[in-house]
Design a binder for this molecule. Structure first.
Ligand code: PFF
Length: 453
């Protein structure tokens, strides 16, 4: 019986470890680096509102669906989809969803690792007191110099890939479970310290207004797509990561409650990052739409100008690094388990080869910030193109297929017993969201953004 399958890669020790690990995968650079800069680029509050709506109406039901499929299949997403499709006598081509997700994970990690490398470098800068008393301009100049040097970026990217693959090679459980237990609370506390600093800048209310005063005139098709893509990215949905974490989940745990908790924590961390960062942006005359450099130009200024800033600033980048680390591990897990299950590799070999390919792809992103910065396709450089392709297209499209599979093809008995929700109402709401709302909303936003609507 399928329901009794066990994952060959192990199992979480409890519901709590699953929540921690899945939260560790969800909370990462997406919350602290990407959310604020996308919000800045897309005009603030309207983006935030669409983002929150997407998390609630699409993200939570999608996460439930992914965990459910993963726990039932108990294999790498490719094999999970293949087996579950067989179980309901439908096409084996459903495994393509797993393949696409696995590729998306590798593509995302290739640039994620480059930014992870930036956080490593910033631990060092911060630790030696580089930002102490620094002006916004000085910090900006330093960033410009830093990304302008391809050899330096390459070295940091390499270092980040090595630490990621080190943990991956040892298996998801050892190390990861422990790291996230203290990381989340510590990150939260430091974000509070940053919010506290933001309050002293004199621009706190301006920052809040920018984030939360609805201004629908600023809502564009591309902004909506970016907000939806970011909801998928931030919750790690549409590519099989959550499916694979679900495959390590013991039976008898409430998928609904767990998914809601993860989504809430993830969203809170992103909002706190925004609340901390925008007052600092305005206080220093920086551009909210500065792009990927945003937090690397604002956070050092904040810490550089507060008491104990060298210590707190360093700690902040250490925590950001660990948050990025726990996410990067999950990004490559589908590829690693695929190599093990399908090609019989050992975990060590699987980690080595998938890591090497990801590292090589990462060179494109390294060069996007310097020698290739002028080489563009559709007006986007290599990094921007990868990001657009994965977050805005691959993840939402993967999401549609997962929603259709879980909502329409799986039998009601199966999904109902897997989700084991207490009341009929909860299940009904999930069913409506996953069958109608999620696929239709994703399609509308996609079509709107590419000009079909
Ligand atoms: N959710 C992570 C973040 O917000 O940084 C990024 C991520 C991890 C995306 C895992 C997708 C994924 F499968």
């Amino acid at each position: 019986m399928t329901t009794e399958r066990q994952s060959i890669h192990g199992q979480w020790s409890s519901r709590w470890t699953f929540i921690l690990a899945a939260t560790g995968a969800a909370v990462g650079l997406g919350n602290i680096w990407k959310f604020p800069y996308l919000t800045g680029e897309h005009g603030g509050s309207a983006f935030v509102l669409v983002y929150i709506l997407c998390v609630a109406a699409l993200g939570i039901p999608m996460m439930m669906a992914e965990v459910m499929l993963g726990r039932r299949g108990r294999e790498t997403p490719v094999n999970t989809m293949r087996h579950l499709a067989k179980e309901i006598h439908t096409s084996p081509h459903w495994q393509l969803v797993g393949w696409a997700g696995t590729v998306a994970g590798v593509l995302i990690l290739s640039y994620y690792s480059v930014i992870g490398g930036w956080t490593l470098a910033y631990i060092l800068y911060s630790g030696v007191g580089t930002f102490s008393g620094a002006s916004g301009e000085a910090v900006s100049n330093l960033f410009g110099k830093f990304v302008g040097n391809p050899i330096g970026l390459l070295a940091w990217h390499t270092a980040f890939m090595i630490i990621t693959m080190f943990v991956v090679a040892r298996g998801v459980k050892s190390g990861l479970e422990k790291a996230v237990q203290w990381l989340m609370p510590a990150l939260f506390v430091l974000l509070l310290v940053l919010v506290g600093y933001a309050m002293t800048t004199g621009f706190f209310l301006k920052g809040l207004a920018f984030l939360f005063t609805p201004d629908f005139s600023r809502l564009s098709g591309s902004g909506m797509l970016a907000a939806m893509g970011q909801a998928f990215f931030s919750l790690s949905l549409g590519m099989g990561t959550i499916m694979i974490y679900g495959s390590y989940l013991p039976k008898g745990i409430s998928i609904a409650q767990t998914s809601v908790s993860i989504a809430v924590v993830d969203t809170l961390v992103a909002l706190m990052a925004g609340i901390a960062i925008f007052p600092i942006v305005f206080a220093n005359g920086l551009e909210p739409g500065a792009g990927p450099s945003l937090i690397f130009e604002t956070i050092p200024v904040a810490f550089g100008n507060m008491a104990g800033g060298t210590l707190f600033g360093t700690l902040f980048f250490v925590l950001l690094l660990i948050a990025a680390w726990t996410s990067s591990i999950s990004l490559i897990e589908p590829a690693v388990t695929l190599l093990i299950e399908k090609y019989g590799m050992t975990r060590l070999h699987a980690a080595f080869w998938s890591g090497l390919i990801t590292w090589a792809l990462g060179l494109g992103t390294v060069f996007s910030f310097n020698i290739w910065s002028e080489s563009t396709l559709f007006g986007l450089n290599f990094f921007e193109l990868l990001d657009y392709l994965t977050s805005n297209l691959m993840l939402p499209l993967g999401g549609i297929f997962i929603a259709v599979f879980a909502g329409w093809l799986m039998t009601k008995e199966t999904s109902k017993s897997e989700l084991s929700m207490k009341g009929e109402v909860g299940y009904k709401i999930w069913q409506i969201l996953i069958r109608y709302v999620a696929p239709v909303a994703v399609l509308i936003v996609l079509c709107n953004a590419i000009g079909l609507l």
